[in-house]
Design a protein around this ligand. Structure first.
Ligand code: 5GP
Length: 205
């Protein structure tokens, strides 16, 4: 039987560079990215089914009540959640799956799926975070302040995570996450078939 894929859960403040790092990982590694459902309004460049599945609050709550979401959370006035079916199917196929989600949701996933690997991404400092949020130009000043405030709250939960990666440069942060995944793949607990493979070889000698 195929080993299950790794469920990599990446969190970190808005502006920590999660999106860019996840994009790079999906380009280099055999990862499938889970597309979240949200009640947030789409940004100009965002497409339904590509960046998010955009829903009304009523639709979202119906999905939640029908147990269609693996986890869900409210973030700065909007709901976000991970559609369950896609994640379960991909993991069973042996694919690695990335969730790019905030901390409440990440901790919910860890509870029901302890094999999940929680990575917390942080910017080198708070000043840099403010700069990145302002420069990307997708939020108004008030929303930026809300997100910085939320970042400080999220940092309180960093000890619940398995790994912390400082995003000084994108290249180094991507390399760090790849190193984490490589090490996770080598864990004995993820290689239960090893004994069977050796036994099979001995028998065919
Ligand atoms: P944004 O509005 O900037 O796209 O996302 C806001 C926050 O929601 C980010 O921290 C992002 O990682 C998180 N997020 C995106 N999708 C999900 C999801 O499915 N579940 C949870 N819990 N958080 C999510």
């Amino acid at each position: 039987m195929k080993e299950q894929g790794i469920l990599l859960i990446i969190s970190g403040p808005s502006g920590s560079g999660k999106g860019t790092i996840v994009e790079r990982l999906c380009g280099n590694e055999d990862f499938s990215l889970s597309i979240s459902a949200t009640t947030r309004q789409p940004r100009d460049y965002e497409k339904n089914g590509v960046h998010y599945f955009f829903h009304t609050k009523e639709e979202f709550l119906k999905m939640r009540d029908n147990m269609e979401l693996l986890e869900c959370a409210e973030f700065c006035g909007n709901f976000y959640g991970t559609p369950r079916k896609y994640v379960v199917e991909k993991l069973m196929e042996g694919r690695n799956v990335i969730l790019e989600i905030e901390v409440q949701g990440a901790l919910q996933v860890k509870k029901i799926y302890p094999d999940g690997v929680l990575v917390f991404l942080i910017p080198p400092n708070l000043e840099e975070l403010g700069k990145r949020l302002t420069n990307r130009g997708t939020e108004e000043k008030e929303e930026i302040n809300r997100r910085i405030h939320r970042a400080l709250e999220e940092l309180e939960l960093v000890q619940e995570y398995d790994y912390v990666v400082v995003n000084d440069t994108i290249e180094q942060a991507v390399a760090d996450v790849q190193a984490i995944v490589r090490a996770e793949r080598m864990k004995c607990s993820r290689n239960k078939n090893i004994k069977k493979i050796f036994k099979g070889e001995m028998e065919s000698c």
